[in-house]
Ligand binder design. Structure first.
Ligand code: G
Ligand code: G
Ligand code: MN
Ligand code: NA
Length: 243
């Protein structure tokens, strides 16, 4: 109760910030896109992790409000970067289940992009594998609508326990983000290399881009390049940071 009361206060008083982390070309190091990551600094309790308050916001029916503020801030920031000529190709935003399940949400999202003079192609929605599998029918309509208009979709946290590979052939997906659990011991565990290589091959065969999360070392980058993974994100390149 404390958390959601305080979150409501933060939402009303501009207490949420958005940080950005680059998604890069593993070969050249070029920054391809930015992932927007919400941050909450509580006046007394300090930084509160989205891993804690996003689930609380979902349960309390406040996730729409959080999502709107993230999109609003990130959209405006991306517009500014574009005007300054420093914007990467895309902006990636994390989307929670209840947002996607609101009828008309896709249309509102397109209107929102339009308001900032952004194209649907500028935006990528990161949706967890769990959501895509468990709520497949509920999110299908809005997802298909948005994708028809050019918005891209990334599967976040790919490979974490939901072995339904079937959805990859049925749901419109543009990018797979390999969960950082697979990357963490890539250089110690050959089985992890095998799994990552298989995901990369799967992506190639299905025409889906593959991005590795949680790349922290040069050795990991090298293994990823060796198995044909072209994109990554992680502390090796940059930590999430304010605009
Ligand atoms: O940034 P950090 O590692 O603390 O993020 C923890 C979790 O919170 C990650 O799973 C991330 O996807 C999620 N997250 C970060 N920002 C947002 C957001 O704006 N909306 C949603 N729904 N989840 C987010
Ligand atoms: O679930 P999602 O992929 O949206 O979570 C993204 C979060 O992962 C970011 O908020 C960030 O804090 C965290 N993250 C990003 N890069 C790294 C990394 O190289 N190592 C670790 N341990 N965490 C990372
Ligand atoms: Mn993400
Ligand atoms: Na992830």
């Amino acid at each position: 109760v404390y958390l959601t009361t305080e979150l409501r206060r933060a939402l009303d008083s501009g207490g949420l910030a958005v940080h950005y982390q680059p998604q890069v070309d593993l070969r050249s190091g070029e920054w391809l896109g930015y992932e927007a990551l919400v941050r909450w600094h509580h006046p007394k309790d300090g930084w509160i992790s989205p891993g804690r308050f996003i689930p609380a916001a979902e349960r309390a029916g406040m996730i729409h409000h959080v999502g709107e503020q993230v999109l609003e801030q990130a959209g405006r920031q991306f517009r500014q970067w574009r005007d300054e000529g420093v914007a990467p190709e895309w902006l990636a935003v994390n989307i929670a289940a209840p947002q996607m399940e609101t009828p008309g949400w896709g249309e509102q999202l397109l209107a929102f992009l339009n308001r900032f003079g952004l194209a649907p192609e500028d935006l990528e929605l990161e949706i967890t594998e769990r959501l895509l599998v468990e709520r497949r029918t509920e999110v299908a309509t809005e997802l298909a609508y948005l994708r028809r208009h050019g918005v891209r979709v990334a599967v976040d946290d790919f490979g974490t326990g939901y072995s339904s590979l079937n959805y990859l052939t049925e749901l419109p997906v543009d990018r797979i983000k390999i969960d950082r659990a697979f990357i963490a011991d890539l250089t110690e565990d050959p089985r992890k290399v095998a799994v990552v290589e298989a995901i990369v091959t799967l992506g190639q065969r299905l025409g889906i881009a593959v991005l590795a999360e949680g790349v922290e070392t040069e050795a990991q980058r090298q293994v990823l390049l060796d198995v044909g993974c072209r994109q990554g994100q992680g502390f090796l390149f940059a930590r999430p940071a304010p605009a």
